[in-house]
Ligand binder design. Sequence first.
Ligand SMILES: *Cc1c(COP(=O)(O)O)cnc(C)c1O
Length: 398
Amino acid sequence: MTTGDALLRRYAGAMVQVFGSPQLVLASGEGCWVTDVDGKRYLDLLAGIAVNALGHAHPALVQAVAKQAESAIHISNFFTSEPAIALAERLLEVAGAPAGSGVFFANSGTEATEAAVKLTRRTGRSRIVALEGSFHGRSTGALALTHKPAYREPFEPLIPGVVFVPPNDADALRAAVDDTTAALFVEPIQGEAGVRELSADYLRLARELTSAHGALLVVDEIQTGIGRTGDWFAHQASGIVPDAMTLAKGLGGGVPVGALVTFGSAVTGLLAAGQHGTTFGGNPLACAAGLAVLDTIEHDHLLAHAVEVGALLDDVRVDGVAGTRGRGLMRAIELDGVPSAAVMVAARDAGFVVNAVTPTALRLTPPLVLTATELQGFLDALPAIIEAARRATDGQPS
Ligand SMILES: *Cc1c(COP(=O)(O)O)cnc(C)c1O
């Protein structure tokens, strides 16, 4: 038995099984590569689901975290620290947020959503419009806005008053947003739905309708933010300014940190002293990590780099590939006649980590430091990977 198999047995005996059986037991990473406990190396084209923006063991992140750990890891929100203040200032700056804007730090995406939901309740309204295909998190508040019935239904009743409308459907949005709407939640690109983009026109309509009806526009940039699509935040490409934005995943480069950004003093003032809180949120360790991520993205021009390298995926002409979609380094490869789960397994056997995001599509959310040569290595291997997946599923219904 391999070391990996032995560890997976122990996993099965020690863990709640919500993730099923993990595919690999990983030991370490460096740059865009990860190594499993049996010494096999893989090109990491998932990056912990759009989290490891700087890849693994990036010196800037390692040094920032080590240095901060040597001084103070946690201090509670009775106190504050320079890294927390500096990270909030940097986020407001790259978000182009107006004077009076603010940041609330959490520890995860779902907590950022919870903070946003509480913010919207302070409008005095409770009706929320969300989109079909949405994913906003797994805690019970965020789950109410998450569309997938398999995630939501086992835990109902959830908070009431949420309605779902089909994405990119202007008429459905016009019909759903009215003077009783507290907020509209959108992901500029729906990651969990298979990298499905909202059009710029639709985002602008979302802004117009929410403004006209006194509702808040909340953009969930938990997956799309922090440079993933080639802009700091994906909604910026459409020119809209939201009322609130949620962040997590890439923000800490792997150190858990989430954030709610509120735009302008009217929205920021909705949450008053005592109305929300967290023990860990905004701790100096996580905020030092966030600063190192933002500094490195800027210093190493990773926004332009993500666009340049991602362009290799604009047009993938491989037998078994129906097409690609997405922006920057947030991409999906739609397959034709071969199940994504089999392709994911064949890719792993060939030394590539990818994600079967839907039954027919692979998701690629690699580190922003991925090189064109590394990505080309995957594209060169793709025909053989798809062929192996076809052989493995031959005779099985897809
Ligand atoms: C991952 C994700 C979340 C939830 O984040 P967690 O850190 O897993 O709680 C919410 N919204 C989007 C768009 C995400 O991709």
